[in-house]
Design a binder for this molecule. Structure first.
Ligand SMILES: NC(=O)c1ccc[n+]([C@@H]2O[C@H](COP(=O)([O-])OP(=O)(O)OC[C@H]3O[C@@H](n4cnc5c(N)ncnc54)[C@H](O)[C@@H]3O)[C@@H](O)[C@H]2O)c1
Length: 157
């Protein structure tokens, strides 16, 4: 089974990505805790969007109502699918500059810390470097001691 993990799956970009990759034959694991409702009010809830995905994609879609800052919860999903994960699309975010100015700490923890939690799950071995080499790019994988499995890819020409 090929698994696509989509964070922010109930949002504008995430819902399109989930539908696209399910259509391409992946089992889509969506992560979204409806924080959009907390940011922008009841009308902005992502519940209808997640319901649409469930109805349209059936068994190809699985939803997890987890906060991307929840390292243990996110870690369990990545451990469960492990080598079956083909791709990760990370779109869970607080997307408004104006809102960020009102609550910068919440904005930072979601957009920066949450991204770090997701990235720290994702080392995929040598494949990205081999793919990049086909296009004349040398990818250097940098792993920090304090990271669990995370990495930074430095492209070099
Ligand atoms: N929509 C665009 O045209 C556009 C353009 C350029 C960049 N972007 C960027 O793409 C990203 C996604 O944008 P979007 O328009 O899809 O936003 P969106 O608000 O529609 O979707 C984000 C989703 O993330 C979820 N989410 C927020 N915090 C979460 C958390 N802590 N845990 C789990 N889920 C959480 C929300 O509930 C929401 O469903 C943002 O970083 C945005 O800045 C969007």
């Amino acid at each position: 089974m090929s698994v696509a993990i989509v964070t922010g799956a109930g949002g504008l970009v995430g819902a399109e990505a989930a539908a696209y990759f399910a259509g391409a034959g992946h089992h889509v694991v969506g992560i979204d805790n409806d924080m959009r409702r907390e940011f922008f009010g009841e009308d902005a809830t992502t519940r209808p969007s997640v319901e649409r995905l469930r109805r349209a994609l059936g068994n190809l879609y699985e939803h997890h109502d987890i906060d991307i800052r929840d390292e243990a919860g996110i870690g369990k999903i990545f451990e469960r699918y492990s080598d079956e994960i083909s791709l990760v699309i990370h779109t869970a975010a607080q997307p408004s500059h104006d809102w960020a100015a009102r609550a910068p700490i919440v904005d930072f923890t979601v957009n920066a810390n949450g991204t770090l939690v997701v990235v720290d799950q994702g080392y995929t071995g040598a494949d990205p470097a081999l793919d990049a080499a086909d296009h004349g790019i040398r990818l250097e994988v940098v792993k920090l001691n304090e990271a669990k499995r995370g990495f930074v890819l430095l492209p070099r020409r």
